[in-house]
Design a protein around this ligand. Structure first.
Ligand code: PLP
Length: 345
C-alpha cells in the first residue's frame, strides 16, 4: 500500500478483517469459548485497535502479560470484557488490578497470599506449572481446594507447535490430574494447543500468534503488510562495495536501492544478506548489512524501480521473513518498530 503523505518511513498495514477471520476460524475449531491474547501491544500491531476489532467480533476474554498492559486495554474495551494478567499479582500491582477490575493469574503461594491479604474480594485465576517450568504453581505446592474461588485455572504448553512432541500429552495428563474434580473453568490451549484437538480445549482457549497470521496456524490469513520507501537508487560498478563493513561487493554492475527501514524498526541484523523484498511479485535480495535506519536491495533485474518495496505481505509472511533471519514469526511481529505509520482497514 502506497501512502504518498509518508514518504520517509515505512507503512505497516494491518488488516483487521483478516485478524477477526483468523479468530473466527480458530473459534470454530473448538466447542468452547475462545479468548484473545493481546500482550506486547497486540503482538506489535497495536493492542487498542486489535482488541476493539476482536471485542466487536464477540471476544469476551483478553489476556495480557502485565498489569500495566491492562491499563490501556481497559480504556479501549470499557468495563465488560474480562482482562486476565499472566504475571499475576505482583508487588505494586494491587491498585491497578483493583482500579481496572483486571483478573490476575496467580503463579505461586506468595502471590496467592498477597492477593488474599490485599484484595480478598477481588476475582483471581490460577496458573499451574505442568512441566514447562516457567510460570505457575508447582504440583508440590498445589491442592485443588485452592481453586474454590478461582474464576479460571490455566496452564501453558511448552511444545504445542510440535504436535508429536511427547511433552504435549505429558502436560495434558498432569493438567488433568492437578485439576481433577475442580469446579473452576479450565484453560490449557494457546494457538498450538487449539490445533492439537478437542482434549486440549477445556473451557477457554487463548490464541495469540494465530490471530496475527503466524505459525503454527498454517491456515491463517495474512494480517500484516509492510512497505518500505525507496530513498535512492544507484549503479554500483563491478568490484565496488556497499554499506557497513563493505559486506557486499558487486561481481558485476548492479542497481542498488537504498530503502528506509533498519534494525531500529525491527528489521533485525540477522536479515543481512539473506532476506528478500518484493517489487510486486518479483523478489529482490537484500544485500550487505542491515543498518539502523536503512537497508540496501539489489534491483538490477527490475525494469523500473518502484517507489516502495514490500518486506511483509502476500509474497512473504512473518514466518518466511523470520526463517530468513533465523528466528520465529513472534519475534518479527513484536519487534515491528514505532516509526512505521500504522494504517488499519
Ligand atoms: C503468549 C501466551 C499465549 C498465546 O500464545 P500463542 O502461541 O501466541 O497463541 C497463551 N498463553 C500464555 C500463558 C502465553 O504466555
Amino acid at each position: 500500500m502506497f501512502h504518498p503523505e509518508v514518504m520517509g518511513t515505512g507503512t505497516l498495514h494491518i488488516d483487521l478483517n483478516a485478524l477477526v477471520e483468523n479468530w473466527q476460524t480458530l473459534d470454530r475449531q473448538s466447542a468452547t469459548h475462545t479468548g484473545a491474547v493481546v500482550k506486547a501491544d497486540g503482538y506489535g500491531l497495536g493492542a487498542g485497535r486489535v482488541s476493539k476489532a476482536l471485542a466487536q467480533a464477540g471476544v469476551r476474554s483478553f489476556f495480557v502479560a502485565t498489569a500495566e498492559e491492562a491499563t490501556a486495554l481497559r480504556a479501549t474495551l470499557g468495563p465488560d470484557p474480562v482482562i486476565y494478567v499472566f504475571s499475576g499479582h505482583m508487588e505494586g500491582d494491587t491498585q491497578v488490578l483493583f482500579d481496572l477490575g483486571a483478573v490476575p493469574l496467580l503463579n505461586s503461594p506468595e502471590q496467592i497470599a498477597r492477593h488474599e491479604a490485599r484484595l480478598p474480594e477481588h476475582p483471581f485465576g490460577l496458573q499451574l506449572d505442568t512441566g514447562m517450568n516457567r510460570l505457575g504453581i508447582e504440583a508440590s505446592d498445589w491442592s485443588p481446594e485452592m481453586s474454590q474461588e478461582a474464576s479460571l485455572v490455566m496452564s501453558h504448553l511448552a511444545c504445542a507447535d510440535e504436535p508429536d512432541h511427547a511433552a504435549n500429552k505429558a502436560q495434558l495428563k498432569t493438567f488433568l490430574e492437578m485439576t481433577a474434580g475442580i469446579l473452576a473453568p479450565r484453560s490449557l490451549a494457546a494457538t498450538g494447543g487449539i490445533l492439537l484437538g478437542p482434549e486440549y480445549h477445556f473451557d477457554l482457549t487463548r490464541p495469540g500468534v494465530g490471530l496475527y497470521g503466524g505459525l503454527p496456524f498454517e491456515d491463517a490469513q495474512s494480517v500484516v503488510t509492510l512497505d518500505l520507501p525507496v530513498i535512492q537508487t544507484r549503479t554500483v560498478q563491478k568490484g565496488e562495495a556497499v554499506g557497513y563493513a563493505h559486506a557486499f561487493i558487486a561481481d558485476s554492475p548492479r542497481q542498488i536501492a537504498t530503502v528506509s527501514g533498519g534494525y531500529a524498526d525491527g528489521l533485525i541484523r540477522a536479515m543481512s544478506s539473506t532476506a528478500q523484498l518484493y517489487a510486486g511479485d518479483i523478489p529482490c535480495p537484500l544485500v550487505g548489512r542491515v543498518s539502523m535506519d536503512l537497508i540496501t536491495v539489489d534491483v538490477t533485474h527490475l525494469d523500473t524501480v518502484p517507489e516502495h518495496l514490500s518486506i511483509l505481505g502476500p509474497h512473504q509472511s512473518v514466518d518466511q521473513l523470520a526463517d530468513a533471519a533465523g528466528t520465529i514469526g513472534y519475534e518479527i511481529l513484536t519487534s515491528l518498530g514505532h516509526r512505521y505509520k500504522r494504517s488499519y482497514s
